[in-house]
Structure formats: C-alpha cells, structure tokens
Design a binder for this molecule. Structure first.
Ligand code: B12
Ligand code: SF4
Length: 429
C-alpha cells in the first residue's frame, strides 16, 4: 500500500506583506514543518511504502499512484489542506486530516476527509489497518495521551532530504515535552496535545538534537514550558547538563520561554544554559500577564517587569528574541509606541510582531464567537499577519496599520543587524 504525507502551504508574514522585506534586515525563509508528519512516519509500519511532499515548494502529485493521503495541518494552512483533501478525494483516494486544526475543528475538517483528533502517534497504526481494508472511519479520537517514553525519534530525515535552494532552514524543531497544564486563553496546545505536561526522556531529546547535528542543523527547543518552576525546570537543567557534558557548543538555535519564566528562573541556570551554548531565547508574548498588560500605560509594574525580563536575559548573555502580540483587549492605539519604547529602553535587538488571532478551540475563540467579534472564517488569514476579529479599542484597519508600523519602527533603527552572521540575524517571519 502506498501512503503520501503532505504538508500544505500557508502564508508567512512576509508573503502577506512583502513591503516588510524592505525594512526588516533579517533572513526570511520557509521554516521546517511541525514534527507531526515526522512523528507519524516514525510509527508507520514497514509494510507501508510512504513518501512526503511539501506543498510550499513542490508538486503534491495529485495524479500519482497512491492509496492513502495523510495531511498535517494547523490553522494557517487549513484552507489549503481542505482543498488538497477534496482534490484527492475527487480522484478516489482515501484522505486523512490531522494536526492542530482538525483537532480543534473536527466538524469542519470532517467535510473533507477522515479526521484524527489529538495526538496521532498512538492511533495511527489502527488508522492504517482500517485504510488498508478500505474501511476508514469518518473520525478517530486519541482518547489516551501517548506515553512519551515509548516514542521513537521523529523521522526528521524526511524533511532534511527535501532541502534545496527554495528550502534550507538552519534549524528544526525539537520537542522536550508534550502537552501543557496552563490555560493561556490564546493557546491551542492543551486541546491538541493534552493538558498533562509529559517531559520526554533526556536521551530522547539529546537523540533529536544529535540527529540534527549530524546533518549540520541546529535544534530549536520550541516548547515554552521548560522553565516552569519545579520538575520541568529540573528536567531542563538535566538536559542542559547533558549538553554541557558534550564539551562542545550546543547545536541549538533557541529555547522557547516567556518573560515571567525568565524572571522566575534562577540566574545560575541561565548561566549554565549560556555556557552550554544556548545563545537565544524565543520569548512568546501576549499570553502571559506581563505582556498582556505592559503596553497599555495602566500597569507600570508589568511594564517594568517586561524591561527587567529582557535585561535579565541580556545580562546572562542570552539574546531575548521577543514576539510581541498586538491587539489584546487592553491594547489601545498608544500600545504600538509603548512596545517600541519598552524595546528601546530594555535594549532589545531582535523582535517579531504578530496580530492577535483567535485560533479555533482556544478560549479566546469561544469568547469572540460569543461576542460576535469574528470577522470571517477564511482560515488562510488566521496566520498572525491579518486581522480576523473586531479589536476592543480600535478598528481592524488601525490594528493592521499598527502592526506594519511597529515592524518598521522597530527595524528602521536596527539596520546594522544585517551585518551580523547568519545565525545572529535569522528570524522566520
Ligand atoms: C514549530 C512550530 C512552528 C513552525 C512549523 C509550523 C507548523 N506547521 O506547526 C513555524 C516556525 C513555521 C511556525 C509558525 C507559526 N506558528 Co507555530 N508552532 C510550532 C510549534 C512550537 C511546534 C510544532 C511541533 O513540531 N509540534 C510537535 C508535533 C508532534 O505536534 P503536532 O504538529 O500538533 O502533531 C501531533 C498532532 O497534532 C497529530 N498530527 C499532526 N499532523 C497530523 C497528520 C495526521 C494525518 C494525523 C493522523 C495526525 C497528525 O499527531 C502529531 C503527533 O502527536 C507549535 C507548538 C507545539 N508545541 O506544537 C506552534 C504552533 C503550531 N504554532 C502556532 C502559530 C500560531 C504559529 C504562527 C501563526 C505564529 C506567528 N507568530 O506568526 C506561525 C505561522 C504563520 C506565519 N505567519 O508564519 C500555533 C498554532 C495555532 C493553531 N490553532 O493553528 C501553535 C500550536 C502554538 C500555540 N501555542 O498555539 N510554527
Ligand atoms: S502558551 Fe505556553 S504556557 Fe500557555 S497554555 Fe500554551 S503551551 Fe502552555
């Protein structure tokens, strides 16, 4: 039986707003896919003959001789994913849709394909048994969380083997854990990957890093849960120690975290991270109390905490690459300038700006639906680069303009970034 995995195209910030390329002095390129397909490929029985196509830069082979098509999609690519599903179905193929979007909007996805809700690894072998018989059910639900101790390494080689002039990322995601117990109103993770934080075994994380290092690639430590106080932070410390023990600079591009977690972290841990070679944090913004309140001039303490968090990371030699989310209900027209002022005051070098997007399945989404503030359901615009909801304190047009102005305002005084080496100047936007 022949199986094809497909990663559908979606628009990045610079594709929706190419004028940003004139001002942002950083590298922009196709980032790697999520680990969804690599994880499923790793648990696909050897009786299946499978391949992988990346719709962003190659033909997906609509008329090829294949039996089953497995599409992995998050919200920005959902519209395209459903178009692809329809096209294969019209040719008589069995099609399965999984990932963050189908997990949160199963009824919408089910109009186009068989849907898998939640973590795919556990249920995938059963889906394939049914597919081999030509008896796919309309929907499968991962009712139990996967035991991360049993997971094989993701088949990241599927992505690496695709590298070409159009696609050559410098880093690839590495998972340190699955799931999250927090309830950030704008986050889709607890619904798609579960509410229990399950740290991967250290050998598994090191194995993921090593399989990338062997191919000359850096690991992006994407989960923003690693500095949670208690067991998660101890786990991260053990992992950092394992990196230190290798005696060479860690092949890591960044570690994801947030401002409150930096402030709550022991300085000695940050020093150990820097010593191991972790040179950058990716600071998720707009989900935590600091970044939700720091920019509206009503909460001077939170503003100061934002400055302190950025400075603390810098003081420990770790670049705090910050993602600012624009358009929270507390934000008004003055918030754009306030973000720029905080960035200058704290000495921030690299940042990205994202428009708040109420992703389906999040509490933000349900609240906006209840308040009738969703402007449309064109999922291709749900990519943090377009306004898809009615902001509380300004018009949608003003929010979009503020987003473009903030990108420009931040980078027009930081053109010297373009002279840094590729690793220092790279952001994916
Ligand atoms: C790496 C990453 C990226 C990469 C890859 C994108 C991608 N397709 O996910 C890049 C850098 C491109 C990216 C970009 C963005 N991202 Co991102 N990203 C991630 C991150 C940190 C890790 C993804 C990953 O590897 N996960 C691990 C794998 C194993 O999980 P998974 O993909 O969900 O797969 C599992 C299941 O979903 C399922 N499954 C998946 N596919 C399939 C397919 C089939 C057939 C089946 C059966 C099952 C199945 O099984 C898998 C294994 O259990 C996640 C957070 C996270 N922890 O997941 C956010 C996340 C996916 N990103 C998110 C967002 C919002 C964005 C941006 C819009 C943000 C921004 N600031 O601009 C941009 C995209 C658009 C743009 N304008 O550029 C949101 C998605 C929200 C949503 N509802 O869709 C997430 C969930 C973060 C969050 N906290 O909410 N991102
Ligand atoms: S934003 Fe981070 S901390 Fe909040 S629920 Fe999502 S994964 Fe957890």
């Amino acid at each position: 039986m022949k199986l094809r995995f497909i990663y559908p195209a979606f628009n990045r910030h610079a594709e929706d707003h190419p004028e940003l390329l004139d001002v942002v002095p950083c590298d922009e390129y196709f980032g790697p896919p999520s680990l969804g397909i690599a994880s499923l490929a790793a648990v696909t029985p050897s009786s299946w003959d499978f391949d992988f196509r990346d719709d962003r830069f190659e033909d997906i082979g609509l008329d090829d001789d294949i039996d089953v098509v497995a599409i992995s999609t998050f919200t920005p690519s959902a519209k395209r994913a459903m178009e692809i599903a329809d096209a294969f179905r019209a040719r008589g193929k069995q099609v399965v849709l999984g990932g963050v979007f189908p997990s949160n909007m199963p009824d919408v996805a089910a109009e186009h394909a068989t849907v898998v809700v939640g973590e795919g690894d556990g249920i995938w072998p059963q889906v394939l048994v049914d597919a081999a018989r030509g008896e796919l059910l309309p929907r499968y639900e991962a009712t139990e969380l996967v035991d991360v101790n049993t997971l094989p390494l993701p088949r990241i080689d599927l992505y690496l083997d695709k590298e070409c002039d159009a696609y050559r990322p410098s880093d690839y995601p590495v998972q340190q854990s699955r799931g999250c117990p927090m309830k950030c109103v704008a986050c889709a993770i607890p619904n798609s990957l579960g509410r229990r934080l399950r740290p991967m075994p250290i050998e598994h994380i090191v194995g993921q890093v090593e399989q990338l290092a062997k191919r000359g690639k850096l690991a992006s430590l994407t989960e923003d849960t690693g500095l949670f106080p208690g067991a998660p932070q101890r786990h991260t410390r053990t992992f950092v120690k394992a990196l230190l023990d290798t005696g060479r600079e860690a092949p890591v591009s960044y570690l994801g975290t947030s401002m409150p977690l930096i402030l709550a972290s022991d300085g000695a841990l940050l020093d150990e991270m820097r010593a191991s070679g972790i040179r950058m944090f990716y600071l998720v913004g707009g989900f935590d109390p600091i970044t939700r309140q720091a920019f509206n001039r009503q909460h001077p303490r939170q503003r100061q905490r934002a400055v302190d968090a950025i400075r603390k990371a810098n003081d420990h030699g770790i670049e705090p690459y910050t993602s600012f989310l624009l358009g929270n209900d507390d934000d008004d027209e003055g918030s754009f300038d306030e973000m720029l002022a905080v960035a200058d005051e704290a000495g921030l070098k690299k940042a990205e700006f994202a428009i708040r997007t109420p992703y389906p399945g999040t509490s933000d989404w349900y609240e906006m639906v209840a308040q009738d503030r969703i402007l449309h359901r064109d999922w291709s615009k749900y990519n943090d680069a377009n306004v898809v909801f009615q902001p509380a304190q300004m018009s949608p047009e003003r929010l979009l303009q503020g987003y473009l102005d903030t990108w420009r305002g931040f980078y027009e005084t930081r053109q010297s970034l373009s002279k840094l080496d590729a690793r220092e100047r790279t952001i994916q936007f």
